[in-house]
Design a protein. Structure first.
Length: 47
């Protein structure tokens, strides 16, 4: 349980940082096939 709480804490910290907005992908409840179909690599490139 501690690992889940820590992971959620770190996820919230990452989401709160302005430089991460638009670059994080929520894969909660998704299959690998869903992720492959949804991810557009160009949306996650940092210029």
């Amino acid at each position: 349980m501690d690992l889940i709480e820590r992971a959620l804490f770190l996820k919230r910290k990452l989401e709160a940082r302005p430089e991460n907005r638009g670059h994080l992908y929520d894969n909660t409840g998704k299959t690998p096939e869903d992720e492959i179909r949804e991810i557009i690599p160009e949306h996650y490139l940092i210029e």
